[in-house]
Structures are given as structure tokens and as C-alpha cells.
Design a protein around this ligand. Structure first.
Ligand code: ZN
Length: 349
């Protein structure tokens, strides 16, 4: 199977790859075989490419990249009841041990045994087909495109974050970072009831894109102090919810400054190293701090919101590449071009 393989740090190739674990390719009774259609390039894929590792996850052997995917069901296992051949689907990339303690407690995303696509040693899905459990494969409404469906994975992070924030109608939100995760979080916060969301970044082009997405006020932090702007616009009170979606220790250090008393901070951006923040600023606000790791069973909600139009992710997809160009796509993604939010790869059909 021709696949996009990360051979090692900074070395990608598009080549035949036969070394996929045999178990993954055998169609179990409750699994489906899927022909991949569209795969989004995630910051984590790019990080494995440029650094060869994320925290404890190290690429020691060639690994296929990609985990944000949509496709078409090619074959169903003998006990599959909710999907049939030809169904258009998106797939949740992390599959936990169904019997683990974390799974039984309803937080399977933090199951240490979870197998997540393109997280070593598990291969991703920048390849023609894959086998996946029925329970982690979701049928799409006809009006949701494959490109939108491949956005469900990042959107799930935003929806999970907005859920943890316990947003109330009329809350003011702040999202630090206008990358794909920052923007799906802003969209999720608005859909959850925020009256207005401030989005910060360094890149004017991304902020311009953000301001076209709804009740979003862009703040370029190279020109303005985010907390000052938020305070000024909220009669000095601040925002009820602040989401950290940059992964920058510097941004995280100032996370409580725009926060209103009694507000909630949600840490989303990955922090590979220990960071510090102002605990005193959190105390005087009686701030609640939530941390999220991916998501747990929010794909059905995301699919429903895309289908109903409650959330529109299309403006976030700024570039699409053919599978044949996927090495170049990763080189471009690694250069972090101004104005690009989500880049996707389309597989040949
Ligand atoms: Zn992702």
C-alpha cells in the first residue's frame, strides 16, 4: 500500500509500505474496512516530522502519518449493524481498551492503553485503506463533505474544551492562538453560547480569517495587550472563559490576566515541558482550571453540528493537496506559512 511514511526525523517518503501489523488489516466482526478520502495535516504530524518525537512518544521506526480522516466503507465485519458498504464516514483515531478502568469511568481518552493513529508505535492513515472499529466510525449526513468530515477530529478538541468550560449563554470568551485548534475552539465557544470571543495571535492573516467566522474580535498580541483589550471591552470585568490554544509557555504564563472573577481557564495547547503560571492571579479570581487531552465521545455531536450548520469549518480549510504531493504538503506545513490554518490531503479515489 502506497503510504506517506515518516522514515525518521525530517525524512518523509511516499512509498509502498507492507509492514503494517497484520492484526490491523484483518477485518474483525465489529470492524469496517475504509477507503480513505481526505486526511488533514495536524500540528502533531508536523511535529513528529520536524522533531521525531512528542514528549515520551518517539519515532524509532518508520511510521505512517495522519489521523484526521474521512472515507467510504468498503467492507463490513459480520456483526456490524450501524454501517454498510458505501457509507461516507469519519473516524475517531484513538481506540481505547474497552475493559480498562479509564474506559469504564467514561474517560477513555486518558486510558494509558489507548491506540491513537500516528502516535508511535501506531501507524496513521495516509494510506489507501484502513480497518477500524464500527464504534469509532461515524456515518456522515449527505450535506457534510469529506473535507469537513476530516475536520471533525480537530473540532472534537474544541467541543470537548467548550464542554469542560461549562459555558453559559452570554459568556465572554478568549482564545489564545488562531491555529486550527484555536479557531475550532472559538467556533465551539460561540456555538456553546458565548456572546463574543476574542482571539489572539501574531499573524494578521489568521486573525483576519478568524474575524470572518462570527462574533470574533481579533487581537494581534504584537501590537496590543490581550488582557487590556478584553478588560476595556468588558467594563473592566474580564472574560468568563479563557482557552489556551497556543502551547506557548509565555502565553500560558499570562493566562489569568484577561479572566473574570469566578472564571474558567481551559488548557488545550500541548506543553511538552513543565511550565509555570501565576497561581496568585488564579486565587484572587477563584479561577477554575480545566485541562483537556483530546476528547471522549464527542464525534457524534460534531457531526450533528456540521450537518445542521450550527458550526461551519469550511473557512478553516485553506489548502488542499493531492496525495502524490503529500511530501511537499508537509514541507509547506512545516514552514508555517502566514494565513494557512488547515491543510488537507486528498487520496486518489
Ligand atoms: Zn489532529
Amino acid at each position: 500500500m502506497k503510504s506517506l511514511v515518516l522514515e525518521k526525523k525530517e525524512e518523509l517518503s511516499l512509498r509502498d509500505f507492507a509492514a503494517i501489523d497484520h492484526d490491523e488489516e484483518v477485518l474483525g466482526p465489529r470492524s469496517v474496512r475504509i477507503k480513505l478520502h481526505t486526511v488533514g495535516i495536524c500540528g502533531s504530524d508536523v511535529h513528529y516530522y520536524t522533531h521525531g518525537r512528542i514528549g515520551p512518544f518517539v519515532v524509532n521506526e518508520p511510521m505512517i502519518l495522519g489521523h484526521e480522516a474521512s472515507g467510504v466503507v468498503l467492507e463490513t465485519g459480520s456483526e456490524v449493524t450501524t454501517l454498510k458498504v458505501g457509507d461516507r464516514v469519519c473516524m475517531e483515531p484513538g481506540v481505547p481498551d474497552p475493559n480498562s478502568r479509564a474506559t469504564r469511568l467514561g474517560m477513555y481518552n486518558v486510558d494509558p492503553a489507548v491506540r491513537f493513529w500516528a502516535t508511535p508505535p501506531v501507524h496513521g492513515i495516509l494510506r489507501p485503506t484502513c480497518v477500524h472499529p464500527e464504534a469509532f466510525t461515524f456515518k456522515l449526513p449527505d450535506n457534510v463533505s469529506f473535507a469537513e468530515a476530516a475536520m471533525v477530529e480537530p473540532l472534537a478538541v474544541g467541543i470537548h474544551a467548550a464542554t469542560k468550560a461549562r459555558i453559559k449563554p452570554g459568556d465572554i470568551g478568549v482564545v489564545l492562538g488562531a491555529g486550527p485548534i484555536g479557531l475550532v475552539t472559538a467556533l465551539s465557544a460561540l456555538a456553546a453560547g458565548c456572546a463574543r470571543v476574542f482571539v489572539t495571535d501574531l499573524d494578521d492573516k489568521k486573525l483576519e480569517l478568524a474575524s470572518g467566522l462570527g462574533a470574533i474580535t481579533p487581537i494581534n498580541v504584537t501590537k496590543q495587550n490581550a488582557a487590556d483589550v478584553v478588560k476595556r471591552e468588558t467594563e473592566g470585568w474580564g472574560a468568563e472563559v479563557v482557552f489556551e490554544a497556543t502551547g506557548s509557555p509565555k502565553a500560558a504564563a499570562q493566562i489569568f490576566e484577561p479572566l473574570a472573577p469566578g472564571g474558567c481557564v481551559v488548557m488545550i495547547g500541548g506543553q511538552p515541558d513543565p511550565i509555570s503560571y501565576d497561581a496568585g492571579a488564579a486565587m484572587v479570581r477563584e479561577a477554575r482550571v480545566e485541562n483537556i487531552f483530546r476528547y471522549a465521545h464527542v464525534f457524534p455531536r460534531c457531526v450533528a453540528m456540521l450537518g445542521s450548520g450550527a458550526i461551519d469549518v469550511k473557512p478553516l480549510i485553506t489548502r488542499t493537496f493531492d496525495f502524490e504531493d503529500s511530501v511537499r504538503a508537509f514541507e509547506i506545513a512545516a514552514s508555517a506559512p502566514s494565513g494557512d490554518v488547515k491543510m488537507q490531503i486528498e487520496l486518489p479515489q
